[in-house]
Write a protein that binds this ligand. Structure first.
Ligand code: SAJ
Length: 423
């Protein structure tokens, strides 16, 4: 069985490596020559434990080949290209998926299986991908070739493990398609394989991330209420979660990442009556503003203003211990502080660059002469900071805003405000 993976990105490349590691010959295709060269030169930008070693091994054994020219002769074509959000309309951008489908259609042969792994709006696989494949190949779906939607659901930072061990949902445009995909995934997936129809699978994927987004928004709103009542929301959440059927999430400075910021919009883009999902997205998007308010209040209390204050943000990555800064709350906070006239520095131990900003790598340089420090990302590195030393490097009346509950309840000599902890 020969496999082609279309799209050598954050999911496509690890998926291609995982399949090849199971002994199946894989061809990895991408339109970006630079990406292909990075892979061949072992200079990939994706940081995932075990990926570099496995990539070198499968390339060395010739089990994985990569290139910018799509070839025929595969039995299975995985389409793993990004489906982004058109911000102005909060709707899905299908350009990459359409282009990939056309390219696959041109090399499609009888008996082939096409699997869409990109997150899509329900109905996309049948109404967008299938017609393109049939038109460009001249073949008939469910007779000459087979078509499935099977979403990734892996957690960045644990990707190589979860690709193999997580359950998979397999949605076939027909039962035969789903069965063929089940036989394919069974060759390298140890998780359970759940077969269903294609539209149910498309919707289930969006529901997973919408569940997380809405629950994070609930935690964020609970944090705001706790601040009003002088309650520590983290302690209250910990206690509420001792109930066997309560699973409250954690509040934070906002929701970043490539998935939770777009998938809920895909779910409601054709459902204009949404309230809970729409409001949840707006609450999460507003959290960076609340963090800036906390900083401003704390500075005013010590006789300072945000204007001309020196502020250091700890954390540009969208979440702890990853190097990905896409839709980063820390960056949103940076922009808002700059607009208010503050002088802002960002420190991050993982992120090399984001939107043209290169984070400071030396923590003590970053906090030197700062009036305020804002913890925006839960990197483990920030859990054991030497606040005694940081305090001496900061200006008088040092302010610390903790949005990730990484600090103790109080730090001697520091004006500490924690998101979700009322006075
Ligand atoms: N966050 C909170 N409170 C929480 C949990 C998360 O504020 O209780 C914030 C994080 O700080 C981050 C954002 O939400 O800014 C999203 O983080 P996440 O860990 O919840 O989810 P992601 O974005 O890492 O989701 C990824 C997605 N997969 C990929 O990006 C490859 C998604 O498709 C997966 O379903 C998800 O992991 C998963 O949990 O499997």
């Amino acid at each position: 069985m020969k496999i082609t993976v279309v799209g050598m990105g954050y999911i496509g490349l690890p998926t291609a490596v995982t399949i090849a590691s199971a002994g199946l010959p894989v061809y990895g295709y991408d339109i970006q020559e630079e990406r292909i060269n990075d892979i061949l030169n072992g200079k990939i930008k994706i940081v995932e434990e075990g990926l570099n070693e496995k990539l070198a091994e499968v390339l060395g054994r010739g089990l994985l080949r990569v290139g910018t020219k799509l070839e025929n002769g595969s039995d299975v074509y995985l389409i793993v290209v990004s489906t982004s959000l058109q911000e102005e309309r909060n709707e899905i951008d299908l350009n990459a998926l359409r282009n990939a489908s056309e390219k696959v259609g041109k090399v499609l042969e009888k008996g082939n299986l096409v699997i869409v792994e990109s997150t899509v709006v329900p109905g996309t696989t049948e109404n967008v991908v299938r017609p393109i494949l049939e038109k460009t190949s001249g073949l008939v779906c469910s007779r000459d070739f087979y078509l499935v939607f099977s979403p990734e659901r892996v957690l960045p930072g644990n990707l190589m493990y979860e690709l193999v061990h997580n359950d998979r949902i397999i949605g076939g445009v027909c039962p035969r398609s789903a069965e063929m995909a089940r036989d394919f995934y069974a060759k390298f997936v140890k998780g359970r394989l759940h077969l269903t129809n294609v539209r149910t699978a498309e919707m289930a994927k969006l529901m997973e991330n919408t569940y997380r987004t809405v629950n994070i928004a609930l935690a964020n709103e609970l944090a705001l209420i706790a601040e009003k009542y002088g309650v520590n929301v983290y302690e209250a959440i910990r206690l509420a979660n001792t109930h066997p059927r309560v699973h409250l999430h954690q509040p934070g400075p906002g929701v970043g990442g490539y998935c939770l910021t777009k998938d809920p919009w895909f779910l409601i883009q054709n459902f204009k009556h949404s309230r809970i999902i729409k409001d949840a997205m707006e609450i999460n998007a507003w959290m960076p503003e609340h963090v800036v308010e906390l900083a401003e209040e704390a500075l005013v209390k010590v006789g300072k203003t945000l204007k001309n204050a020196k502020v250091c943000i700890l954390g540009l990555a969208y979440k702890g211990n990853v190097s990905d800064a896409r839709e980063s709350p820390g960056y949103e906070i940076y922009l808002k502080l700059r607009k208010k006239g503050a002088e802002v520095t960002i420190h991050d131990p993982f992120v090399l660059e984001y939107m043209g900003y290169y984070p400071v790598r030396d923590l003590y340089e970053a906090v030197r002469n700062a009036d305020a420090v804002i913890i925006a990302t839960e990197h483990n590195f920030y859990r054991t900071l030497d606040w005694e030393r940081i305090k001496t490097l900061m200006n008088s009346e040092p302010v610390v805003i903790d949005t990730r509950n990484l600090t103790p309840d109080a730090i001697e000599g520091i004006h500490l405000r924690k998101l979700g902890v009322g006075k």
